[in-house]
Design a binder for this molecule. Structure first.
Ligand SMILES: CC(=O)N[C@H]1[C@@H](OP(=O)(O)OP(=O)(O)OC[C@H]2O[C@@H](n3ccc(=O)[nH]c3=O)[C@H](O)[C@@H]2O)O[C@H](CO)[C@@H](O)[C@@H]1O
Length: 363
C-alpha cells in the first residue's frame, strides 16, 4: 500500500484544532504508515496543542481581520501573500495526497494553494453558521462535511455530506474513568462535582458568574472544577485555596474532567456541544452572545428543543442562575433525563464517516 500523506489545516481556537486532531488520529489508525503535517497560525494555540497530540505543525503568518483600523489590519495583505507563498512551498515539498481544512484563518491560504496544485481537498464545518474561510473555500474543494441540516444556504448542495463533528476518540468512552478523574482533580467521591467550561479560550461572563456565586454553589454541597481559560487564570486562581474548588487555566485531559463531572456548565461552541452529547450528562449551556450570527445560542437551542439540556442566556444570569442551578442539583431524576436525552443526539460515527470521505479522494 502507498504511504499516504495528509495535510490538516485549521486553528485559532480549540474548536477548529480538535476536529483536525480527531480526523488525523482516525486516519493514522487506518493507515499507520501515513505521514501527517498540520498547518496553523504561527501565534495561536495550535502551535502548542498539535505537537502535544503527537503531530508536526508549521505556522503561517496569517491572522484574522479585526473590525477596527489597527496596525495588524494594515499588515493583513502582506500576511496573506506571505502565507500563500509559504503554503505553496509546503505543498510542493510535502506533496500531500489529500488536504483537510477544519476552519480558522490558516486553512484559507493552505487549501487555496492546495486546490491550485490540484490536490483533492475536504473541509469540515463545525457550526450551523458557516465561517468566512470555509465559505470562501467551498467552491474549490471537493467535499464539505457538516454537522447541521440546512447548510446548502452556504455551500453547494452536491458537495455537502452530513457527518456530525469529529470528536477525539478518548472522549467517547469515559464512564470507567470516574475514579481516575476524581483523583486527578483532588476531589471527593462522596460529593457531586460541577464542571465549569468556558470553551477553549475561557469565558469572561461565566468566570464573573462563578466568582460571584461560588459560595452559593458550594452551599449546595457540590465540589467544583473551574476551567477559567488561560487569559483569566491569574484573576481567579486564588479560589483554588477554597476547599472543594479547583481552578485550572486549561484542561489537557478532558476525558477525565468529563468523567469526574455530575453536572456541567458550559459555553455552546460546536465542539463542546458534540462532545457533551457523547458524555451524556446534565448540562446548563451559557452560550457566547459575541459570535457570528449568535450561533452558540442556536447550537444550544437545538439541544434544548429535545429536552436534553438547559439554556441560560447571559442576560438572565443575574436573575435566574441560582433558581435554575439549585433546582437541577436537587433533582436527580431530571439530571438523568437530561443526560439520557442528550446522549441520544450524539453522532459517534462522525470521524469514521469523514475518514470514509477522505478515502474516496485518495487516488
Ligand atoms: C468564542 C468563539 O469564537 N468560539 C467558537 C470556537 O469555540 P471553542 O474554541 O471554544 O470551541 P468548541 O466549543 O467547538 O470546542 C472546544 C474544544 O476545546 C476543548 N477544550 C476546551 C477547554 C479546555 O480546557 N480543554 C479543552 O481541551 C474541548 O474539549 C473542545 O474539544 O469554535 C467553535 C467551533 O468552530 C464555535 O462554535 C465557537 O463559537
Amino acid at each position: 500500500m502507498k504511504n499516504y500523506k495528509f495535510i490538516l489545516s485549521g486553528g485559532g481556537t480549540g474548536g477548529h484544532i480538535y476536529p483536525a486532531i480527531a480526523i488525523a488520529d482516525a486516519l493514522k489508525e487506518k493507515y499507520p504508515q501515513a505521514e501527517f503535517l498540520f498547518v496553523g497560525s504561527q501565534d495561536r494555540m495550535e502551535m502548542e496543542k498539535v505537537p502535544k497530540a503527537g503531530y508536526k505543525i508549521e505556522g503561517l503568518w496569517i491572522a484574522g481581520i479585526q473590525r477596527k483600523l489597527t496596525w495588524s489590519n494594515l499588515m493583513f495583505p502582506f500576511k496573506l501573500i506571505s502565507s500563500l507563498f509559504k503554503s505553496a512551498t509546503i505543498i510542493r515539498r510535502f506533496k500531500p495526497d489529500v488536504v483537510i481544512g477544519t476552519g480558522g484563518f490558516a486553512s484559507g491560504p493552505l487549501l487555496e494553494m492546495a486546490t491550485r496544485y490540484n490536490v483533492p481537498a475536504l473541509i469540515q464545518e463545525q457550526n450551523s453558521f458557516a465561517g468566512i474561510t470555509n465559505k470562501l473555500l467551498a467552491k474549490k474543494v471537493q467535499k464539505i462535511c457538516v454537522a447541521y441540516d440546512g447548510m446548502q444556504q452556504f455551500f453547494p448542495q452536491e458537495k455537502i455530506i452530513k457527518t456530525g463533528n469529529p470528536v477525539r476518540q478518548d472522549l467517547i468512552f469515559i464512564d470507567q474513568n470516574r475514579e481516575e478523574g476524581l483523583t486527578k482533580y483532588g476531589l471527593k467521591p462522596q460529593k457531586k462535582t460541577l464542571l465549569i467550561l468556558g470553551g477553549s479560550l475561557g469565558a469572561r461572563a461565566i468566570n464573573k458568574l462563578i466568582d460571584r456565586e461560588l459560595q452559593f454553589i458550594l452551599d449546595q454541597n457540590v465540589q467544583v472544577i473551574w476551567q477559567s481559560g488561560q487569559l483569566y487564570f491569574e484573576e481567579y486562581k486564588t479560589h483554588s485555596k477554597t476547599e472543594d474548588v479547583q481552578v485550572l487555566p486549561y484542561i489537557d485531559t478532558m476525558s477525565l474532567a468529563y468523567a469526574a463531572a455530575d453536572i456541567i456548565i458550559s459555553r455552546a461552541g460546536a465542539g463542546s456541544v458534540s462532545e457533551l452529547a457523547l458524555v451524556g450528562k446534565p448540562v446548563i449551556f451559557i452560550p457566547s452572545p459575541n459570535v457570528a450570527e449568535d450561533h452558540q445560542t442556536k447550537n444550544a437551542e437545538a439541544i434544548v428543543e429535545k429536552d436534553a439540556a438547559i439554556l441560560l442566556k447571559e442576560k438572565e444570569l443575574e436573575n435566574r442562575f441560582e433558581e435554575i442551578f439549585k433546582e437541577l442539583v436537587e433533582d436527580e431524576e431530571r439530571q438523568a433525563i437530561l443526560g439520557t436525552n442528550f446522549k441520544k443526539i450524539a453522532l459517534p460515527q462522525a470521524t469514521q464517516q469523514i475518514v470514509n470521505e477522505v478515502e474516496k479522494l485518495l487516488k
